[in-house]
Write a protein that binds this ligand. Sequence first.
Ligand SMILES: [Zn+2]
Ligand SMILES: [Zn+2]
Length: 78
Amino acid sequence: MFNYFSKINCPTCHYQPKRLNRWECEECGHRWNIFDTYGKCPHCGHTHAETECPKCHDLNSHTDWYIDWRDVELEFAD
Ligand SMILES: [Zn+2]
Ligand SMILES: [Zn+2]
């Protein structure tokens, strides 16, 4: 199975997100793995431009987490 998480890490501390990590939507409180949907909440559709690191708690632009940026595009509802 292809592990795309190996291509994602925290720009600050280089922590690599795990499958079990969860982020909370600031709009609706839904909890999910934000990298599964490139920052877009599967519950309310809100796209989070910034992502907090579970380890160092720095807030970085969601796109900065991707080592290989080519395949990633954020989808904003507006
Ligand atoms: Zn970090
Ligand atoms: Zn939401």
